[in-house]
Design a protein. Structure first.
Length: 132
């Protein structure tokens, strides 16, 4: 399995307490926004360098704490920081790679979030242990 996929899975597992990561693992369980082109979105990820030179990836489409609907906060960075809905990276480039569909490359969203590599038994074991 490519090293990149190992890193993505490890990163997602380390951050599985975050709502947006839970929505990555189980998109069918959470609401999605219908786009004008007929597609749907569940995250609309972005990345930025914030105070202190830290690089983060965060969703700009979030799920409310008290309502199941998705919405776009007026200030997504502020929302992410206040609600711990971000992942910190070593560089803006890494945050960008992740937010610009890097997290999607590991999953085949048309097949109920199964890993793309059918022969990766370790990945299947981890996801099964998580109840996915």
């Amino acid at each position: 399995m490519p090293e990149k996929n190992n890193n993505i899975l490890e990163l997602l597992l380390q951050n599985q307490d975050k709502n947006f990561v839970q929505r990555i693992f189980d998109t069918n369980k959470y609401p999605q926004r219908q786009n004008a082109d007929g597609s749907s979105s569940s995250h609309l990820m972005a990345h930025e360098t914030i105070e202190g030179g830290r690089s983060i990836a965060f969703p700009t489409l979030v799920q409310g704490k008290y309502a199941p609907n998705l919405f776009m906060p007026k200030n997504p960075i502020e929302y992410a920081l206040e609600n711990n809905e971000y992942i910190e990276f070593n560089s803006l480039e890494e945050a960008g790679d992740f937010s610009m569909d890097g997290y999607k490359e590991f999953f085949d969203y048309d097949k109920d979030l199964e890993p793309k590599q059918e022969d990766d038994s370790l990945i299947y074991l981890l996801l099964n242990l998580m109840g996915r």
